[in-house]
Write a protein that binds this ligand. Sequence first.
Ligand SMILES: Cc1ncc(COP(=O)(O)O)c(C=O)c1O
Length: 275
Amino acid sequence: MSSRLRAAGGGECTVGTLRGGREPAASVGRETQRGNHDRADPIPTIGRRSGRRGTAARASYVAQHRGSATANDRARVVMPGGNTRSVLHFDPFPFRVTSAADATLIDVDGHSYVDFCGNYTAGLPGHSPGLVRDAIIEALDQGWAVGATHNREIELAELVCERFASIEQVRFTNSGTEANLMAIGTALHHTGRTGVGVFDHAYHGGVLGFGDLDAEHHHPLNVPHRFIVAPFDDEAGLDGLFSDTDLGGVVIEAVQGSGGCRRAGPSSASGSSPT
Ligand SMILES: Cc1ncc(COP(=O)(O)O)c(C=O)c1O
């Protein structure tokens, strides 16, 4: 995925390639073990173009983002990489946002950007939409983190179950990573098996990231399950995955975001549960 961002001051930059690009499928059903130590994906960079134009673009970016540079130095002291998730980093340092509304981001140096990233699709309604803001304020007015059961959780669970025919019950979690960890743990516990099927370049959370099919290791922070990595959207690969008699579950994205906005065809997607 890449996003084109234009600074109001005249500077223009491209933010990308976020773990994009397909790699040739080298083998089917590669298994990964505990103790992964390599990065699955490169850190995205800005102005990676080689040559004078790239150098000039980089120098121009640095000159126009002095406030962001200072904030980045400060952030790196107290947060690894100076951010809350590494996907937000790009070289030489990311611009730091002070406010966001609709499709506009404003950074600490006063630049205004048109945001095509939309928080990696999670923020498609735009920034700070009034309806969502009002609903949050109304809910906060009635107290939060009550440490007890609440009617609102029933309302939300009912809405989700009504909307998706395949969902009978909901367990709320704090993040997508936690949801997937719970789902995997439940599947393995329920089946009494150990294998977890995933696909190349899948991203299921901060501790569930996968790279090339033939990678020796995937994300260094992955949880130590016995993952079997199959080629995405490939029927033979899927057959290989399901031939493992100790397979406890398969996690699949109907559309891979980090893997380059790849869609799973109907035959691949129907055999497992989308995250
Ligand atoms: C497909 C997919 N699964 C899981 C996650 C992890 O969600 P969270 O960041 O809430 O842990 C993400 C986050 O981007 C995602 O895109």
